[in-house]
Design a protein around this ligand. Structure first.
Ligand code: 1HN
Length: 359
């Protein structure tokens, strides 16, 4: 390339110039010295802006209902109060990789159909009998149910009951943001047509069977409804055997039945039962986690801070901060995190029990 002769050359060496001068010299070339930032880039342990935080449902609910006076579900598209981590205000994140919010849908309302690259879960905290439609099949929503709307599936919500319905939304928005891969499309009508009977996906994929010759089209579970009644019954049956993990109590992962992996590529979902009086050993992992109290009451200690837990509360535990739970009553906790994708990437770590040297 002939143009190289036109390039400015570095000035002659001047031993009076400082390092700072040097940094200034290279800044216009969009270069900066690694050695000034290296120790903040590769830290000996995870360093997180995420703060532990509890959203008490008793405190939040009146304001959520008030949002129903402020805007309709149709106008809002989704009437949601974002649960924003206090360590990252303005970023619409509950952890560094995940988004969470509480969504309200009032009697008679429809949240119109759309699809997006982001994967989402709905964990129902209040109401009974509203629905989410996913790719033509409606799933009924009742307290404690887990419903998935995987990436690029059409979804709308409707409430044909007499009572408000509220759920916790969990999305991988910050992950999609990091990859810069967001797409969204609106369905031409508010509600997509019902093309499959309710229970169709559970019939095909929810009985330890799959349609003969089925080839997975995505990394997400084809079962998109995990009813509370089903998993609670399973937990109650298992508790009779009395095998309690010291860190987790009795903890189960919701899985994609096709491959046994997480329910969606970017979001892993869990439920655990801690019997009345049980106190866990401390536990930490690199997967920051969002918990919703399904049933019962107790306490969480995150780092040094204790939080009372009641039904429907949401609490977030940052990466690599120890958490322990105690159950004042039989305590059922739902949780979600990015554990599965961390494991796929070979990044996930955990530490069970007290850390060495912490007494
Ligand atoms: C979304 O599509 C829903 O479908 C909820 O209910 C929350 C937050 C950001 C972007 C899309 C829903 C959302 C969302």
């Amino acid at each position: 390339m002939a143009a190289t002769t036109d390039q400015p050359t570095a000035p002659p060496r001047d031993h009076n110039r400082t390092r700072e001068d040097f940094y200034g010299d290279i800044a216009p070339l969009n270069m900066t010295p690694l050695w000034e930032v290296m120790s903040s880039l590769i830290t000996p342990e995870p360093v997180s802006r995420v703060k532990p935080c509890l959203w008490r449902y008793d405190e939040v609910r009146p304001w959520l209902l008030r949002s129903g006076d402020v805007i309709s579900a149709k106008e809002a598209e989704r009437r949601v109060l974002i649960l924003e981590n206090p360590g990252m205000p303005g970023e619409s994140k509950i952890t560094n990789s995940l988004y969470a919010g509480l969504q309200l849908i009032l009697p008679g309302e429809v949240a119109p159909s759309h699809r997006h690259a982001q994967s989402a879960l709905r964990f129902i905290v209040e109401g009974e009998g509203a629905y989410t439609a996913v790719d033509g099949e409606r799933a009924s929503m009742s307290r404690g149910d887990l419903i998935l709307t995987p990436s690029w599936t059409w979804h709308d919500h409707g409430n044909e009951t007499e009572e408000p319905t509220v759920w916790l939304d969990g999305l991988d928005i910050p992950i999609v943001q990091a990859f810069e891969t967001s797409f969204v499309e609106r369905y031409p009508e508010d509600s997509q047509p019902v093309s499959r009977p309710s229970g169709d996906s559970a019939a095909r994929f929810g009985h330890n069977m799959r349609p003969f010759g089925y080839v997975a089209a995505s990394g997400a579970s084809p079962v998109f409804s995990y009813p509370y009644a089903d998993y609670r019954e399973a937990l109650e049956q298992m508790r009779a055997r009395d095998e309690w993990d010291v860190c987790d109590g009795l903890k189960m992962e919701f899985i994609n039945p096709i491959d046994g992996g997480p329910v969606m590529p970017t979001i892993s979902c869990f439920v655990q039962l801690l019997p009345k009086g049980f106190a866990t050993d401390p536990y930490r992992s690199t997967a920051a986690s969002v918990y919703s109290v399904v049933d019962g009451e107790g306490e969480a200690v995150i780092g040094e801070q204790a939080y009372d837990l009641h039904e429907r509360d949401v609490i977030v535990v940052p990466s690599w901060v120890p958490v322990r739970f105690s159950a004042g009553d039989d305590l059922v906790l739902f949780s979600f995190s990015d554990r599965g994708i961390q494991q796929k990437l070979g990044l996930w770590r955990e530490q069970r029990g007290h850390s060495p040297g912490s007494g």
